[in-house]
Design a protein around this ligand. Structure first.
Ligand code: FES
Length: 71
């Protein structure tokens, strides 16, 4: 995926049409909710570092993004 310089990981994902990237234990989709780093709904793994808030992490060239359970 590509994005604009300075975009967050969440911004890049949403810009590509991906609105959810994990699920709750009961299967509900989650992506960005608050967008300000409070709710932790947007957690994913960036370059092997787990539980990164996508709305707070600036995307960088070559970032490897993954989730535990793709929504
Ligand atoms: S959307 Fe709430 S912490 Fe990222």
């Amino acid at each position: 995926m590509s994005g604009l310089r300075g975009q967050t990981v969440a911004g890049v994902l949403m810009g590509a049409g991906r609105l959810a990237w994990r699920t709750t234990p009961n299967g509900r989709p989650r992506g960005v909710f608050c967008g300000i780093g409070v709710c932790h709904d947007c957690l994913l793994t960036v370059n092997g570092l787990a539980d990164v808030r996508a709305c707070q992490r600036q995307a960088a060239d070559g970032d490897v993004i993954s989730t535990k359970d793709p929504a």
